[in-house]
Design a protein around this ligand. Structure first.
Ligand SMILES: [Zn+2]
Length: 90
């Protein structure tokens, strides 16, 4: 699990996600499954607790607090959905 503070944190992970061509499956708002390098899927959860954006992924890297490319892939979808929601409720 890591706390998302800035987009800069994600840059490397996003670059890797693009190279790896991940598949992101929508499970629910804030819950996604992202394909791993071995054809497996990792569940990524994006939560907002107070002002903190918490992102967790099942992979080994994320369990050590690293920003993994699964999380970056899920976040790119999540951020888009969150924006749609905001505009829908306004
Ligand atoms: Zn991961």
């Amino acid at each position: 699990m890591f706390i998302l503070e800035s987009k800069a944190q994600l840059e490397k992970a996003i670059a890797k996600a693009m190279k790896t061509r991940t598949t992101v499956k929508f499970i629910a708002f804030g819950v996604y499954q992202v394909s791993g390098s071995k054809g497996n899927f990792y569940t990524v959860e994006c939560k907002k607790i107070g002002n903190e954006k918490q992102v967790s992924c099942e992979c080994l890297g994320a369990s050590k607090g690293l920003v993994c490319y699964h999380a970056a892939s899920a976040l790119s979808l999540h951020v888009g959905l969150a924006k749609q929601r905001q505009t829908a409720t306004k």
